[in-house]
Design a protein around this ligand. Structure first.
Ligand code: FAD
Ligand code: NAD
Length: 509
C-alpha cells in the first residue's frame, strides 16, 4: 500500500511497464517519485493540517476522513493523514483508498509489512487512536501470545548457568530437526537477542545482560533433541546473580509475521562487477551475530536516504556457483553475498552503489515462504528466472544438486533482454558441461542480430517446449522469479498446462 513495492515499479523503459495482462500499476506523474516525496516531507509544509499538534482519534473521527481529498488511515494504532501522499503512492490512489477512514493494518501487512511507514509518513502523523488500538504497534509492545493448552506444550523454554569465565544459555526448542538456519542470535553491548524459528512461529529471548560479554560467542545445536546452547564469554570473571533484565519481548512465542524486522549492521567488504549493471556485494556479519539465510529466502536492507529510512528486499546468493556437488558444500557463514542490479534512476540501488568498502548497512533477519522440503522429493526441477530473478535460483540450484538424492534433471530457463545481461553465463555453461543433470536455456527478449539462441518472452508454447516431465509420473517442482508480470504470467501458463499449485513456487516479496 505505501512506499515502493519493488516488483511493482519497473523502470519506465522496462518491459515490465509494457505488460498488458500483469498487475499494471499506475504510472506516477512526473515529480512524484519516492525521492520527490522525501523532499516534500522535508520542506516544512504542514502535512496533517494540524500545525504539528498530535491528537487522539476516535473511530468515528477516523471514518469521516475517507475521501481522496481528505484521507486518514490507521496503521497499528497510529493515524496518518495520507492525503498529500496520494499522488506519490506507487500502487496508485485507488489502492490507498481501500483503507481510507479505516484500520489499514491488515491490508498493509498483506502487501508490504516490511516497509518502514513510520519513517516514510512521519510528517503525516495525526495521532493515536483514542480507544484501543486495533493491533499492537509492531516491535514496540508485542502482546505475549496466549496459547492454547496443546500449543503451550510446544513453547520453547530456556535455562542458564555459568562458570568463572562463561555464561551458557540453553534453549529447549521442543523441535526435532533444529538446525543453524533456525537460530538467529545477536548481541551488542549488553543486549542479547535470540530468535528460534519454529515453523511460522518464533521464540524470542531478549535480555539486557547482567554484565558485559566478549563479542564472539559459540552456538551449539543438538539437532536431534532440539537443544540450542549459546556460550558467551564473560568480560570480567565476576559471578552473575541473574542473566539480566528481561526486555519487552523476552520469552515470547508468537507468529513470526507479528514481530517487527530486526536489523544488524554489516560491513561491505567487497564489491565486484557481474555484468555492465549488476554487482556482487559481500557483506560481513558482526562476530556477535549468528545468522544463516535459508535457501529461497531474502533479507531486507535498510539505508537512510535523504533522512528517510528506505527498505528493499534482496536474495542472498553464493560467491560463485560451486561446480563440485559431491559433498554437501560448507559455505562460510560470516558473509552474505548479494547480486544487485544498479538501476540508473533507482533510489536504493544508486545509494548502495555509492557505499564504500568498510561502510556499514543494516541487514534484516531472513524472510520468505520457500521451504527446502518442497524440493527435497523432486525428481525434475525447473527454474524459470528473469533478470535478477536468478538470485533465489543460485542457492536452490546448489542445494538441489548437492542434497536432493532423487533428483534426475534440473533445467534453468533464463530470460534476459540481451546477451550482456546474462548473469554468471560462463559459470552456468561450465556447470552444464560438468553435471549432466543440469541443463541451461537462455532466452533473450531483445537480442542483437547475431544471437543464434532462443528469443522471445515467457509464453505458453515456450513453456510447453521446455518444461516437460522426464518421466510420465515424475515428481516435479517449478520455481519462478522475475518481474511481477513475468511471474504472474508464468504461473498462469503453468496452470493452463496442467501443473498443480503444489508443483509451482513463485518467488514474491
Ligand atoms: P526504484 O527506485 O524502485 O526504481 C527502479 C527503476 O524503476 C528505476 O529505474 C526507476 O527510475 C524506476 N521507477 C521507480 N519508481 C517508478 C515509478 N513510480 N514510475 C516509473 N518508474 C519508476 N533485486 C536485485 O537486484 N537483486 C536481488 O537479489 C533482489 N531480490 C529481491 C527479492 C525480493 C523478494 C523482491 C521483491 C525484490 C528483489 N529485488 C532484487 C528487487 C529490489 O528489491 C529492488 O526493487 C531493486 O533493487 C530496485 O530498487 P531501487 O530503489 O534502486 O529502484
Ligand atoms: P529486466 O527488465 O531486465 O527483464 C528480464 C526479462 O524479464 C526480460 O528479458 C523478459 O523476458 C522478462 N520480462 C520483463 N518484463 C516482462 C513483462 N512485462 N512480461 C513478461 N516478461 C517480462 O529484469 P530486471 O530489471 O533484472 O528485473 C528483475 C525483477 O525480478 C525485478 O522486478 C525484481 O524485483 C524481481 N526479483 C524478485 C525476487 C523475488 O521476488 N524473490 C528476487 C529477485 C528479483
Amino acid at each position: 500500500m505505501l512506499n515502493v513495492p519493488p516488483q511493482a515499479f519497473p523502470a519506465p523503459s522496462s518491459q515490465q511497464r509494457a505488460a498488458a495482462g500483469g498487475r499494471a500499476k499506475v504510472p506516477l506523474k512526473p515529480g512524484r517519485s519516492l525521492m520527490d516525496w522525501i523532499r516534500l516531507t522535508k520542506s516544512g509544509k504542514d502535512m496533517t493540517g494540524l500545525k504539528g499538534r498530535l491528537i487522539e482519534v476516535t473511530e468515528d473521527e477516523l471514518a469521516k476522513h475517507n475521501k481522496k481529498e481528505d484521507c486518514w488511515i490507521c496503521i497499528r494504532g497510529f493515524v496518518y493523514n495520507v492525503t498529500p501522499y496520494m499522488e506519490y503512492h506507487p500502487g496508485g490512489e485507488d489502492e490507498l483508498m481501500k483503507a481510507a477512514g479505516t484500520d489499514g493494518t491488515d491490508l498493509f501487512d498483506q502487501v508490504h509489512r516490511w516497509v518502514n511507514y513510520e519513517s516514510m509518513l512521519k510528517e503525516c502523523l495525526v495521532g493515536r487512536m483514542a480507544v484501543k488500538p486495533i493491533a499492537a504497534p509492531k516491535g514496540m509492545l508485542p502482546e505475549k501470545k496466549v496459547l492454547s493448552g496443546a500449543s503451550k506444550d510446544l513453547t520453547p523454554s530456556y535455562d542458564w548457568f555459568q562458570t568463572d569465565s562463561l555464561i551458557t544459555i540453553v534453549i529447549y526448542t521442543k523441535q526435532k530437526d533444529m538446525n543453524a538456519e533456525l537460530v538467529i542470535l545477536d548481541h551488542e553491548d549488553k543486549r542479547l537477542r535470540g530468535e528460534i524459528i519454529v515453523d511460522d512461529y518464533s521464540y524470542l529471548l531478549e535480555v539486557d545482560l547482567d554484565h558485559a560479554v566478549e563479542e564472539d560467542m559459540a552456538v551449539n545445536i543438538a539437532e536431534k533433541v532440539g537443544k540450542v546452547e549459546i556460550i558467551l564469554k564473560k568480560k570480567d570473571n565476576v559471578h552473575w546473580k541473574i542473566l539480566g533484565q528481561p526486555l519487552e519481548s523476552h520469552n515470547t512465542f508468537m507468529k513470526r509475521t507479528d514481530r517487527g524486522l530486526f536489523y544488524r549492521k554489516c560491513k561491505l567488504v567487497l564489491k565486484t562487477e557481474v555484468t555492465h549493471d549488476t554487482k556482487l556485494f559481500c557483506l560481513l556479519l558482526p562476530e556477535s551475530t549468528h545468522l544463516r539465510v535459508p535457501t529461497g529466502q531474502h533479507v531486507y536492507l535498510k539505508q537512510i536516504i535523504a533522512g528517510t529510512e528506505v527498505v528493499k528486499p534482496y536474495t542472498p546468493v553464493l560467491p560463485f556457483l560451486p561446480l563440485d556437488f559431491k559433498e554437501p558444500s560448507c559455505h562460510d557463514s560470516a558473509h552474505i553475498y548479494l547480486m544487485i542490479k544498479i538501476y540508473s534512476c533507482g533510489l536504493f540501488t544508486q545509494a548502495l552503489d555509492h557505499l564504500q568498502i568498510g561502510d556499514c548497512i543494516s541487514v534484516s533477519n531472513p524472510e520468505g515462504s520457500f521451504k527446502k522440503s518442497q524440493v527435497q522429493t523432486s525428481e525434475d526441477l525447473f527454474l524459470l528466472a528473469a533478470g535478477t530473478g536468478f538470485t533465489p535460483m543460485v542457492k536452490l540450484l546448489n542445494f538441489a544438486l548437492t542434497e536432493v538424492s532423487c533428483l534426475r534433471t534440473v533445467k534453468l530457463i533464463f530470460f534476459n533482454r540481451t546477451e550482456d545481461d546474462i548473469l554468471w553465463r560462463n559459470q552456468l555453461e561450465q556447470l552444464a558441461l560438468k553435471d549432466q543433470r543440469f541443463e541451461i536455456q537462455f532466452i533473450l527478449s531483445q537480442p542483437k542480430k547475431d544471437w543464434v539462441g532462443k528469443q522471445g518472452m515467457i509464453s505458453s508454447s515456450l513453456l510447453s517446449e521446455f518444461v516437460k516431465r522426464s518421466r510420465k509420473d515424475s515428481k516435479v517442482l517449478i520455481c519462478i522469479c522475475g518481474p511481477t508480470p513475468f511471474t504472474e504470467q508464468g504461473v498462469q501458463y503453468l496452470k493452463d498446462l496442467g501443473y498443480s499449485q503444489e508443483e509451482v513456487h513463485p518467488f514474491t516479496a
